[in-house]
Design a protein around this ligand. Structure first.
Ligand code: NAP
Length: 361
């Protein structure tokens, strides 16, 4: 039977280096640039799509490419943001999956709808934001997400997930926990946020408070909080356009209260943050810095000199280089503190790569 032609927004054998901010080289068997939900629905019904592996790609800012991927990479580039409605307590806003998250936050602030200011500057696309429940400076998207729309890539059905169905946790959601972000089960097409009209400043993080105090600002406006956070991020986090990286490379580990107390006894400077559900969050960056890996390189990759949690590609790195550094840092932290670090980015691998046991970092 002849194979029906693929739509013209699908190309084959595409270099993915520009589509991941860590700039690791890999090729996609098929690459679909999705500008609308209609395109996505058309693709899902196409005989060439059915039965092939698929991966839903946003901005590639939290992605590790472990090698070539023979299936379909769906680059979610759907634009659009709008105010949906409001009631006495909330304003409801929508962002299509391809909207740049930070630009969306800036738009809400410029429109006079505060609330998301602590999340300004987080790289990535709006559609990917709920998957790892992006968060920064004491706020997370789950504080604001009302619902999201997703397309089931097997059935072509459109589904709505209410916030309570997303099972959000610390940098975690149902989508991530179930592995749907890797298996390409759903493509998130739109998110709807609910911003409380009663705004409250979130300046508990020491760096924000210190920066506001330095500027003599006692009652900051949302725009001032956003400004302070943008400046802090610019100072510490490398811009991937200048130095390739995938943001925070390790999650902050959560340990038992007993282990945290023992570690703090041995290392009085250790930052500890007790968590609402029990356990204590440790700062991975601090642990890495103590091992001497901050600002140190291994081959073409290294841990950034301003922020030890960010693994950078200084040029021409391979996935193997990233694995080697990740392993060295994890071993050093474990040897010193007995704490295991877990890499944060999503690893995209073909079946063959997984079979060779290369999927871990
Ligand atoms: P930092 O201010 O140097 O603090 C180090 C770590 O300690 C952070 O990871 C933070 O945990 C935790 N921490 C600091 N003050 C805290 C407090 N008052 N209560 C609870 N936890 C506290 O952090 P940084 O590396 O410069 O990053 C600044 C913020 O941007 C952090 O919130 C970080 O998570 C966020 N960020 C997020 C992403 C992402 O979503 N992928 C990427 C880059 C940076 P938390 O990380 O839990 O906040």
């Amino acid at each position: 039977m002849p194979i029906p032609m693929l739509p013209d927004f699908v190309t084959s054998q595409v270099d993915l280096t520009p589509y991941n901010t860590l700039a690791l080289p890999a090729r996609a068997g098929f690459f679909a640039r999705i500008h609308s939900v209609e395109q996505l629905i058309a693709l899902v019904r196409h005989p060439e799509f059915i039965g092939r592996r698929r991966f839903v790609l946003g901005s590639g800012s939290n992605l590790l490419l472990a090698g070539d991927f023979s299936g379909f990479v769906l680059h979610m580039d759907i634009p659009g943001k709008r105010r949906i409605s409001e009631d006495a307590a909330y304003i409801y806003l929508a962002a299509a999956a391809g909207e740049n998250w930070s630009d969306f936050v800036a738009w809400t602030l410029a429109s006079g709808w505060p609330g998301l200011e602590n999340l300004i500057g987080i790289p990535g696309a709006a559609g990917a934001a709920p998957i790892q429940n992006i968060g920064a400076y004491g706020a997370e998207i789950s504080d604001f997400l009302h619902q999201l729309t997703a397309l089931d890539l097997a059935s072509g059905e459109t589904l709505t997930f209410a916030a309570r169905d997303c099972a959000f946790g610390y940098r975690e959601s149902l989508f991530k926990r179930e592995g749907w972000h890797l298996s390409g089960r759903y493509a998130i097409t739109e998110i709807v946020l609910r911003l409380p009209k009663a705004w409250r400043v979130r300046a508990a993080y020491g760096e924000i408070a210190a920066e506001l105090a330095r500027g003599g600002i006692r009652n900051p406006t949302p725009a001032q909080v956003a400004q302070v956070i943008s400046a802090l991020r610019a100072r510490k986090l490398p811009d991937p356009r200048q130095l390739a990286n995938a943001g925070s490379f390790f999650q902050n580990p959560k340990v038992s209260a007993e282990l945290a107390a023992a570690l703090q006894h041995a290392h009085p400077q250790l930052p500890c943050y007790p968590q609402p559900g029990g356990g204590v969050k440790l700062a991975a960056a601090w642990l890495i810095e103590q091992t001497g890996w901050k600002g140190r390189n291994l081959g073409p990759v290294g841990m950034h000199e301003q922020q030890a949690l960010v693994l950078v590609n200084r040029g021409g790195a391979s996935y193997r280089d990233v694995q080697n550094l990740s392993r060295a840092v994890r071993e050093a932290v474990f040897a010193r503190f007995g704490v295991s670090l877990t890499p944060e980015p999503v690893v995209l691998a073909d079946q063959r790569t997984e079979d060779r046991g290369q999927r871990t970092v």
